[in-house]
Design a protein around this ligand. Sequence first.
Ligand SMILES: C[S@@+](CC[C@H](N)C(=O)[O-])C[C@H]1O[C@@H](n2cnc3c(N)ncnc32)[C@H](O)[C@@H]1O
Length: 279
Amino acid sequence: MSTDIADDRSVAPSQVPAALRELFGDRARFVDLYGDPRGAALYDDIGFSNTAEIYEILSALRKRPGPVLELAAGSGRITIPLLRAHHTVTAVDLAADMLAILADRIAALGSSAGSCDLRCADMVDIDCAPGTFDSVVIATTSASLLTPEQRAEMFTGIARALTDDGILLISTVDSDDGHNEADDLDISTVTGSSGTTYRMHELWPAHADARHLAVVEIDPATGEPRDDTEVHLSRVGVVPVATLTDELRSTGFEVRRERAIRDTAGTRHRYVLLEAALR
Ligand SMILES: C[S@@+](CC[C@H](N)C(=O)[O-])C[C@H]1O[C@@H](n2cnc3c(N)ncnc32)[C@H](O)[C@@H]1O
């Protein structure tokens, strides 16, 4: 794999929590997890086989044959099952490298699958005719990548994009207040579909409203990351169900159903899928 990282994908040291800078040392380079082909391949290697949410999303859409808008679709962990279930999907993601992986997957699907339109765009600015979609899906807690202001703008766009009786399916981590009392660093080892081993670090600093995911590749020769490793980072806000419900309400939605996401093996959090509709 190429290790050529565009400079604009680097994460400024001031944006990296001190605990992670200390852990990896001066020689490590911090880069955005989704920001280049290598990060996209790494995310896909680790994430694509994760089945969480797929059952809940397909169940919620079982009686809804209309077009689906999937935001933050990534490399298609949810998109591909939607297409296999014959849904017509518009899949949006900001990262062209993630969509390139998804495009290859779609090309390999049989002709009986649903059709898919790929759009490299910001989910904050939804650009479509009013009432185009019967459902909108934002999985993998991806709305937590946005600020509250960006989410409000996105929800307004979703409200416009949905049919009158359309639904929004959105997942989040269930947490009481979105904060924790002490620094929490969880380190685990995962093997991707390619056989490559990675170390995952999930740091949730005390009283912070966001977690930081840091992923490094393990050097098979030493069983450790290299000193000059690239650390792939993602900052994920913590948006409790109550907060998300309030945000949705203030943009014209009502949460009608909350589904516990059951297949979250290996994760420490409780994930939920909210189903919201326009009031
Ligand atoms: C946690 S991944 C989820 C990908 C996919 N849904 C999955 O389950 O594997 C988050 C995705 O959100 C995308 N993303 C981040 N900010 C975005 C934005 N403002 N607009 C669209 N996509 C965005 C990233 O590029 C990445 O593919």
